[in-house]
Write a protein that binds this ligand. Sequence first.
Ligand SMILES: Nc1nc2c(c(=O)[nH]1)N[C@H]1C(S)=C(S)[C@@H](COP(=O)(O)OP(=O)(O)OC[C@H]3O[C@@H](n4cnc5c(=O)[nH]c(N)nc54)[C@H](O)[C@@H]3O)O[C@H]1N2
Ligand SMILES: Nc1nc2c(c(=O)[nH]1)N[C@H]1C(S)=C(S)[C@@H](COP(=O)(O)OP(=O)(O)OC[C@H]3O[C@@H](n4cnc5c(=O)[nH]c(N)nc54)[C@H](O)[C@@H]3O)O[C@H]1N2
Ligand code: SF4
Ligand SMILES: [Mo]
Length: 729
Amino acid sequence: MKRREFLKLSGALGGAAVLPSTLLSGCGATPPPPGSGVVKVTPTICEICFWKCAGWVHTEDTKPWKIVGNPEDTHSRGRLCTRGSGGLGAFLDPDRLRAPLLRVEEGGKQRFRQVSWNEALDFAAERLKKIAAEHGPDKVAVFSQAAGAAHFRHLMRAYGTDSFAPPDYAQCRAAREVGFFLTYGETIGGQERTDMANSRCIVLIGTHIGENLHNGQVQTFSEGIHKGATLIVVDPRFSVAAGKAKYWLPIKPGTDLALLLAWMNVLITEGLYDKDYIQRYALGFDKLAEHVKTHTPEWAYLETGLEPDIIRRTAREMAGNAPATLVHPGRHSAWYGDDTQRARALAILNALLGSWGREGGFYMQEEVELPKYPYPKYPKAASGWQDANEGKYPFAYDGTTNVLIEQSVGKDARYKGWLIYEANLPVSVPGVTETIKQAADSLDLIVVVDTMPMEITGHADVVLPECTYLERYDPIRNDRRRQPSLALRMPAFDTQYDSKPGWWIARELGMRLGLEKYFPWKDYSEVIDWQLQQVGSSLQEMQRIGVKSFPRRTAVYLGKDEDYHFPTPSGKIELFSDQLAEHGFDPMPRYTPPDPAPPGFYQLIYGRMPAHTFSRTTNNPLLFQVMPENTVWVNPLTAADWKLKNGDHVQLKNQDGVLSNRVRVRVTERIGPNAVFMAHGFGHTARRLRLAYKVGACDTELITRVKMDPITGSTGMRSNFVTFVTQEV
Ligand SMILES: Nc1nc2c(c(=O)[nH]1)N[C@H]1C(S)=C(S)[C@@H](COP(=O)(O)OP(=O)(O)OC[C@H]3O[C@@H](n4cnc5c(=O)[nH]c(N)nc54)[C@H](O)[C@@H]3O)O[C@H]1N2
Ligand SMILES: Nc1nc2c(c(=O)[nH]1)N[C@H]1C(S)=C(S)[C@@H](COP(=O)(O)OP(=O)(O)OC[C@H]3O[C@@H](n4cnc5c(=O)[nH]c(N)nc54)[C@H](O)[C@@H]3O)O[C@H]1N2
Ligand code: SF4
Ligand SMILES: [Mo]
């Protein structure tokens, strides 16, 4: 028998089999008659996506009523998105994890047994100690994300590991951040420094704002459009944003770098670039001009399918509005494996337009100088995620999930244990579905801290149920933004069932591991209060106001003719990158054509839909009602070839023979005939998700080919192709 079977959690979770709708009305999720009870408001920070909007939770007689945005907050500006408003659904979900679970073997069969916290924590701590004694603590890999990850980073660094890899690095922003960092010496940041409210021209390349519903960003984007900004959208799909655009460029997927080089060619050959800006701030212009000389719009036409005339007209439009032209850096940049070079091209194009540090382009970010709690120094880990890379990906700034997973397979693997916090690896890390199973067979320990019985919990030895964000304190939010501010998350409700806050779980594990000195406090609110006192505030004040803004210390934009020193090695914007050259990479972005589709196959592209966040909300009873399933978007010509009608069920089969779950067809002109599109996060295989189980299809299972970006370890996921299976198999 395999050492660790995938467990479906069936029957292990206890709890009533209540229908979500019954439960919701019972809990008062619909507003009670006004004035019929005691209304209380509590500050929160939304955890439904990574944008971290601050809001107010309204309860009536301690029952949930609604969550609304905090008007003082620059992330939400007083409004929450569909998903954030539906955040109560995460709290109310009857399928939530309710108690710690331990994998046990009885009569040759494995199952989860509901256990006490003591038993679960003792088990995890004993195994962690054993791994530390036998292999060293650095042999535990940690996959953790979001606000609560800080508790587990702290715990695990104190324990002695430095192998961290969150999916929001390699599967998300890695290439973008490094591409801009190599060029400007600064990253874009989790709250993008885009000044869209003041832009006169906005260029979106793939990034589908409006479906990508990062709140403050959607609001400033709308403001810019409302004030008359020209919008140029480059997307093979007619996205929501494309519907608002003056120019929609339905590019052939994977050829964006060719377009970017052609735009640079036009700006330079027609003398439309910002000469003063380039002369003052940039290095390597002559080499860039030489590099893009042959990349004419006519050359790009053959690659991208976009008419040379459109390429010229859009380049002139950008230049005409510069420097208030923002070529958006995108966010999820793990596309085709050459993604750092595409990000570099985006960074360079913005430099030619003079938009970095200028109104309507990219503003300069600032955060509050909030002292860290004075913990003792962490031990030095004997090895870290860099060692796992074995000399590859020299510009990575965090661990790559796929690498750590691959290095966890077999008896002699580097890693012996996993701790996973708020990351659903089987769905969020494409290309390693089988590897995760193999790793689960050989690892000595898998600890999962989650709120829901997601796919990842099926691989765990021990499942530690965290309460939802509405029931806990977490680190103070202090993001680099236009307006420095702090925000507080605190419990609006008592913890439900036998779940616990992340800080409590981390501390209890720490105590059992002999790490008491790293947890000198009893309750995490003490840490928050101490930090707030250092900046003239207090927990009490923040409990009352939720968000506190601080004055900026530096300017939002570069001053006119300011001699700014960019934090790159040369102090300049590096159009030509010596750093890349030194590591044997192209110092200028070089175009490589995408893989061709096999005959009868279509490129698989995926993205966001407004009602959901990845796989985490598809079982949320409130958001499920808004969008219960995903569809596969198919062009009418393709549909005719396959005799498919709107609403038909199909399965998709990828180039490696992997079959998807059943999914409905949406026949639409909004996607070209060479690609199909689906929203990510659906097609759950975890049975305890009673609403979302097997509803729609999962893009991850079809993405079996991942192209690693050699510069950052970012995992390009768009070189996969699918065909239709119309008879169910
Ligand atoms: N509602 C909602 N909003 C979210 C999230 C969520 O889960 N739900 N997640 C957030 C997170 S963490 C991220 S990283 C962002 C991701 O969102 P973005 O960074 O905006 O999106 P991408 O995944 O890069 O791009 C998806 C778009 O790219 C198009 N596309 C596909 N292939 C190509 C191509 O080759 N070239 C071009 N030009 N376009 C192409 C698709 O048609 C689609 O419109 O969304 C954020 N916002
Ligand atoms: N195929 C495919 N893969 C992708 C993407 C894609 O578009 N397609 N997008 C990529 C991108 S851009 C990103 S950023 C990543 C995101 O990757 P993930 O953040 O891993 O995505 P989710 O699927 O939302 O999984 C979140 C997990 O955290 C749990 N969770 C939610 N709230 C809490 C909480 O308060 N506490 C705890 N302990 N757990 C909680 C959820 O139940 C779920 O198991 O995915 C990447 N992977
Ligand atoms: S953008 Fe929406 S889901 Fe994300 S944090 Fe804000 S309200 Fe929550
Ligand atoms: Mo992301």
